[in-house]
Design a protein around this ligand. Structure first.
Ligand code: ZN
Length: 282
């Protein structure tokens, strides 16, 4: 499943192809993905020029010169390809730009992706975007915002960091990595980690620092390539491979932390796998 760094990689990959181009033809090959397509999707896109591609968490925000924003979420297996015939069966949306000078295909075999439209001027009021908290690597993501997001919450820190209202864009893989780097056990409650007073404690500082660090490195590396995710060019050559993960998917293997000697364990929290080292994560 693509996480936020992978979606950022897709955004950066699409920009040079799409921005400045006019959508000349749209073919919706089914009525829906996870939800029905808006009834005016085809007519709103056709004839519009792409002015910008933004992103909020895992949502691509394709801004058009007609005042609308086209939202694309890749779900679990969504892929945008450029000038590629795709695999046919799972190609659900086909788009031509500049009278066929460029084509793009959206494929998604599990169909958990989402497409929607909204006025660009009120993007943040959209139901999928209005509840998103601050995003790593932005000025809104501060020690204070993190502290207040964790304060008093009795759920495990792992679960609270996945709450998109606390930090937007963190997914299951990277939260395990962040907690390992922070040396914090995923089973501690958020309240325990944040401390009782209003003071910012070292644990919060570490999570803040390593959240930014892990996400920055993942974006730099072009997102991870596990599962069905492929880059916009379909090559699958994006550079961040599972063997670089310190804990994710490494159950039973040795902890890579120097001098630790622990063994990575897998537990299930809120229905999701958590990987951690019980020795160096306290
Ligand atoms: Zn360890």
């Amino acid at each position: 499943m693509p996480e936020m760094p992978e979606v950022e990689t897709v955004r950066r990959g699409l920009i040079p192809h799409w921005v400045g181009r006019k959508i000349s033809f749209v073919d919706l090959r089914r009525p829906d993905l996870r939800f029905p397509f808006p009834s005016n999707l085809e007519e709103t896109l056709t004839g519009a020029k792409v002015t910008e591609i933004g992103r909020a968490s895992k949502y691509l925000l394709i801004r058009l010169d007609n005042g609308n924003t086209w939202l694309s979420h890749l779900g679990m297996t969504g892929v945008w390809t450029i000038d590629s015939p795709g695999d046919g069966k799972h190609d659900h949306v086909y788009v031509e730009f500049d009278d066929g000078a460029l084509t793009s295909t959206y494929s998604d075999h599990r169909r958990f992706g989402i497409m929607d439209l909204m006025p660009t001027s009120s993007e943040r009021e959209h139901k999928l975007l209005s509840g998103l908290g601050p995003e790593p690597l932005t000025n809104d993501f501060t020690l204070e915002s993190l502290k207040s997001g964790l304060h008093g919450r009795r759920s495990p820190i792992k679960t609270v960091l996945l709450d998109q209202r606390v930090v937007a864009g963190l997914g299951n893989i990277y939260v395990s990595e962040i907690l390992h780097r922070s040396g914090i056990s995923p089973t501690k409650t958020a309240a325990e980690v944040a401390g009782k007073s209003q003071r910012i404690v070292v644990a919060v500082e570490r999570i803040h620092k390593f959240t930014n660090e892990v996400i920055f490195e993942a974006i730099e590396a072009g997102g991870s390539t596990i599962s069905d995710f492929r880059g916009v060019d379909g090559s699958g050559d994006l550079g961040y491979f599972p063997q670089q993960f310190m804990v994710f998917n490494r159950e039973g293997e040795n902890c890579k932390q120097e001098n630790c000697g622990g063994t990575i364990r897998r537990i299930v929290q809120s229905g999701r796998s958590t990987f951690y080292c019980p020795r160096c994560q306290r």
